[in-house]
Ligand binder design. Structure first.
Ligand code: F6P
Length: 753
C-alpha cells in the first residue's frame, strides 16, 4: 500500500492544483458565453420593436412606446427597459432601471457589447441599441438584463467540474494502484529469477519482464561480486587437506552432516573359513570418497554386497568404519538377487556402462532391468530420507547406478543440497538417445543442485543432451539447466586421490618393494617391470596393452627376458556375458604371447594376476615398477594413473597414459598414447624403459606437484564451496519468498476481517 500511496498522493495533488487553476477559467468562459447570448437577444428585441417604436415616436405617441416597452419586460430575463429620444430627454421606462440612469450617459454604449452593472439583486447587463426609421435616428433603446442566473449557472458548472476532477482522481488512482502492483510483482519475479541464476529465461507460464533486461547483467555481476567476496575460493586453500575440508564444512556449511550415497560400499565384510575378512573394493569411487568421509564424518549409504555384511551391522543396518578407527557411519541397503541382477548387472552395467563408454560393446536395455533400477533407486532414496537428520542435508550422490535418486530425494527433501557426481564419461546426445528411458534418467539427474563431471567435454555433452531431449532452459554462460522451476549447475570437478598418501601405503621403501615383487614372481633383481592395475573390464584396454608389450618384443628383441609386464586385473561384474568373454579372451592372449617368447627366455613376458588386491599390495607393485601403463579405451578420469604418481616418492618410474582418459588432460608429463595404435604404444613402452633418470625425475616431479595440489580434498572442497554458495543464495531467495508469503497472509487476514 505504501508503494501505491507513493504514486497516488502526487497524482491527487497535481489534479487538485489543476482543478484550482481551471475553475476561474471555466467561470470566465461561462460569463462570456452568456453575455454573448444576451447581446444577441438584445439585437433581436431591438430589431423586433424598432419599427413600432420609431413610428410611435414620429407621430408623438409615447403611450404606444410605453406599451411596447412593457411587453418587452414580460420576458423573465429582462429586468428593465427604457427609451431615450435624445441625450437631453427623460427616459421612457418599464420594469426596474438602475437608479441614476440618464439618457445623456448612454451615447458611449450605443451598439456596443453589453456592459455589466452591479445591483443589490446581483449583476445586470446593460445593452444600448440605436432605433432609426429610414436612416433617421429615433432614439436609443436601453435593455437591462438580469445576470443573476449566470452566477447560478456558473456555480453549477463549478460543482460539475469539481465532481469531474474527483471522479478522474479516483479512476486514475485505481488504475495506478493496479498497474503498480502488477509491475512490482513482475519485477520481483524477474529479480528472483536472476537471483536463482535463471537469467531472463523463464517458464512459459510466467510473464516476461522486458523492462528488466537492461538490469540483468548488472544484477548478475553484483551477485557474483557479493559471492566472490563472501565465498571462500579454492585458491584460498592452496594446500587442500582433511583439515581444510573440515573447515569448509564447519564455516561455510554450519557443520551440516554429509550423506554419501553410492552403489559400492567402502568396506565389504566377507565370510571366510577362519572368520570375517574386511575388503576394500577395487573402485575409483571408493578410493576418492573414503578419505573425504574420514575427514567429514557423516553417513555413507551403499549396497551391502558382502557375504558377512548383515552379520556386522546394528539393527538399523549401520556400522561405524573404518574398522578399528571409526570415523564415519556406513549404512547398508539390502537388495534381493533379482533386484541386484536387474539394477546392477542389467540396467547399470549392461545398459548405461557401455552406453556411456562407447567402447565397442553394445548397450542392452531391458524393461525388466529398468523396473528393478527404478525400484532400487527408490530403496536408496528412502534410506537417504531416513538417515537425514535435518530438512536440508548435503547429499553426495555417486555415479550412474543412482541417476533417478536426486529427483526422488528432492521430492522428499526439497531443501536438500544434492550434489551428483557422474564418475564415467557422458556420451554425445546421439549416443545417449539410444537409451529408451533417456528422459526419465535426465529428469532424475536434474533433481540435483549440482551435477559434476570429470571434464568440460562431458559437461558439454550433458548440456547438449538435455537441450536435445527435454523442455528445459539451458544457460551456456553459467552452465546451468533450469528445469521444473529448479536450477542445476553443471560443473567440471576432476576427481583425484588423497594427498599425501596414507603412511601405510608408502611405509615400505621402494627398494624393498622392488625386491619383494621380483622375489614373489621369480624374477631377477635387474628385471624391468611394467605394471597395469585395473578392474578386469573391457573399457580398460588390457588387450591393447598386452599387444603393445608383444609388439615391443617384436620391435626391440633385446628386451625379451629383461622386461616383464605384470597385469593386476580385479575380477569384476562376473556373470555379465561380455565380461566373461572378454576375460577369457585376455587370458588366451596372455598364454599365446608368453608361449611365443618362451623359447627365447624362461622369464615370463606377461604375468596376469586376476585376483583382488588390497591397496597396500597394489602400491607395492606401483613402487616396484619401472613403468605403469594405463591404456583405457575411454575413462572418466582413471585414478590408477594418479595413484602411481603419488606412490613414487622416489620420483622414479614412467607413466604411459591413454589419451582417452580424463587424467591425460592433467598429467601432461606422462607419455600420452592412443591405445588403438599398437606401434605407438610399443614405442612408448620402449621410451619409458630407456628414459634417463633425470628425465624421469623431472616428469614425475611435475606430475606429483599437480596431484598434490589438485588432490581429492580440493575436489570435494570445490563442490562443497559451490554448494555453500547455492545454499546462501537459496536462503536469500527464501527470505524474499517468505516476506512475500507473509504479505499474502496479512492481506488474507485483512480480507477475513
Ligand atoms: O568407473 C565407474 C565406477 O563406478 C567407479 O566409480 C568405480 O571405480 C568402478 O566403476 C567400480 O565398479 P563396480 O562398483 O561395478 O565394481
Amino acid at each position: 500500500m505504501r508503494l501505491s500511496l507513493r504514486f497516488i498522493l502526487p497524482l491527487l495533488v497535481v489534479l487538485a492544483v489543476f482543478a484550482y487553476a481551471v475553475l476561474p477559467v471555466v467561470d470566465g468562459l461561462t460569463v462570456r458565453w452568456f453575455m454573448r447570448d444576451l447581446d444577441i437577444r438584445a439585437n433581436l428585441i431591438a430589431n423586433t420593436v424598432r419599427e413600432p417604436i420609431a413610428q410611435s415616436i414620429r407621430i408623438g405617441n409615447t403611450e404606444r412606446v410605453l406599451q411596447a416597452l412593457t411587453r418587452i419586460t414580460e420576458d423573465e430575463r429582462v429586468y428593465g427597459v427604457a427609451f431615450c429620444e435624445s441625450p437631453l430627454a427623460t427616459p421612457l421606462a418599464a420594469g426596474t432601471l438602475p437608479p441614476g440612469l440618464r439618457c445623456a450617459d448612454l451615447s458611449a454604449f450605443t451598439d456596443q457589447p453589453g456592459h455589466i452593472l452591479t445591483s443589490e439583486q446581483g449583476p445586470l447587463m446593460m445593452s444600448v441599441r440605436a432605433i432609426a426609421e429610414d436612416n433617421r435616428a429615433a432614439g436609443d433603446l436601453v435593455l437591462i438584463h438580469d445576470m443573476s442566473f449566470v452566477t447560478r449557472r456558473s456555480e453549477e458548472t463549478r460543482r460539475y467540474v469539481f465532481a469531474l476532477f474527483v471522479g478522474l482522481g479516483v479512476i486514475v488512482s485505481l488504475l495506478t494502484v493496479v498497474i503498480a502492483q502488477l509491475s512490482w510483482r513482475g519485477w520481483e519475479q524477474g529479480m528472483r529469477a536472476l537471483l536463482r541464476g535463471e537469467g531472463l529465461l523463464r517458464a512459459a507460464n510466467q510473464p516476461d519482464v522486458p523492462e528488466f533486461r537492461p538490469l540483468a547483467r548488472d544484477l548478475r555481476e553484483l551477485i557474483r561480486d557479493i559471492e566472490s567476496e563472501r565465498r571462500p575460493r579454492d585458491e584460498d586453500h592452496f594446500a587442500w587437506s582433511p583439515e581444510a575440508l573440515r573447515a569448509v564444512l564447519h564455516n561455510e556449511l554450519r557443520g551440516q552432516e554429509v550423506i554419501v550415497v553410492s552403489n559400492r560400499e567402502p568396506y565389504i565384510h566377507m565370510r571366510r573359513e577362519d572368520g570375517i575378512e574386511v575388503r576394500r573394493p577395487a573402485s575409483g569411487l571408493v578410493t576418492a570418497l573414503e578419505p573425504i568421509m574420514r575427514a567429514c564424518s557423516g553417513t555413507w549409504i551403499a549396497h551391502g554386497s558382502g557375504s558377512a555384511d548383515r552379520d556386522v551391522v546394528d539393527r538399523h543396518n549401520r556400522i561405524d568404519v573404518p574398522p578399528g578407527r571409526p570415523g564415519y557411519r556406513l549404512r547398508r541397503v539390502w537388495l534381493t538377487k533379482e533386484e541386484e541382477a536387474g539394477y546392477y548387472y542389467g540396467f547399470a552395467n549392461e545398459g548405461l556402462w557401455p552406453l556411456c563408454h562407447i567402447a565397442h560393446v553394445r548397450p542392452t536395455f531391458r524393461t525388466a532391468d529398468w523396473t528393478q533400477y527404478v525400484r532400487v533407486n527408490r530403496h536408496f532414496a528412502d534410506a537417504v530420507v531416513r538417515e537425514a537428520t535435518s530438512p536440508d542435508p548435503i547429499v553426495l550422490v555417486q555415479d550412474y547406478h543412482l541417476a533417478l535418486l536426486p529427483r526422488m530425494v528432492r521430492e522428499a527433501l526439497p531443501a536438500a543440497t544434492i550434489i551428483t557426481f557422474w564418475h564415467i564419461p557422458w556420451p554425445n546426445p546421439e549416443a545417449f538417445a539410444i537409451c529408451p528411458w533417456r528422459e526419465e534418467l535426465l529428469d532424475g539427474m536434474l533433481g540435483s543442485s549440482i551435477l559434476g563431471f570429470h571434464t568440460q567435454f562431458h559437461c558439454n555433452n550433458f548440456v547438449d543432451t538435455v537441450d536435445r531431449q527435454l523442455e528445459a532452459l539451458v544457460d551456456r554462460e553459467t552452465f546451468s539447466v533450469s528445469y521444473r522451476r529448479e536450477l542445476t549447475a553443471v560443473k567440471r570437478y576432476p576427481i583425484s586421490i588423497e594427498w599425501p598418501l596414507s603412511a601405510d601405503l608408502t611405509a615400505t621403501s621402494v627398494e624393498e618393494c622392488r625386491s619383494a615383487v621380483r622375489r614373489r614372481h621369480g624374477l631377477p633383481d635387474n628385471q624391468a617391470i611394467g605394471v597395469g592395475v585395473d578392474r578386469f573390464d573391457y573399457t580398460k584396454g588390457i588387450e591393447e596393452r598386452l599387444r603393445a608389450v608383444e609388439h615391443l618384443f617384436e620391435q626391440s628383441p633385446e628386451w625379451i627376458g629383461r622386461f616383464t609386464f605384470i597385469q593386476i586385473a580385479a575380477p569384476t561384474r562376473s556373470g555379465i556375458e561380455e565380461y566373461d568373454i572378454y576375460q577369457t579372451r585376455v587370458r588366451t592372449l596372455v598364454d599365446r604371447i608368453n608361449a611365443r617368447f618362451a623359447a627365447t627366455s624362461s622369464l615370463p613376458a606377461i604375468i596376469l594376476l586376476s585376483a583382488h588386491h588390497e591397496p597396500e599390495a597394489v602400491h607395492q607393485y606401483y613402487r616396484a615398477a619401472e613403468v605403469c601403463m594405463v591404456s583405457s579405451l575411454h575413462d572418466g578420469m582413471n585414478l590408477v594413473a594418479k595413484e602411481f604418481v603419488a606412490s613414487r616418492d622416489d620420483e622414479r618410474g614412467v607413466l604411459v597414459l591413454s589419451q582417452f582418459t580424463g587424467a591425460a588432460r592433467e598429467l601432461a608429463e606422462a607419455i600420452i598414447v592412443n591405445p588403438y595404435d599398437t606401434d605407438q604404444c610399443a614405442a612408448a613402452l620402449r621410451a619409458a624403459l630407456e628414459m634417463p633418470e633425470r628425465e624421469q625425475r623431472a616428469r614425475m616431479r611435475l606430475m606429483r606437484g599437480l596431484v598434490a595440489e589438485f588432490n581429492v580434498f580440493r575436489w570435494a572442497g570445490r563442490m562443497l564451496i559451490d554448494a555453500a554458495g547455492m545454499r546462501k543464495r537459496r536462503r536469500l531467495l527464501d527470505r524474499l519468498v517468505t516476506s512475500d508469503a507473509r504479505k499474502e497472509q496479512v492481506s488474507l487476514v485483512d480480507q477475513n476481517a
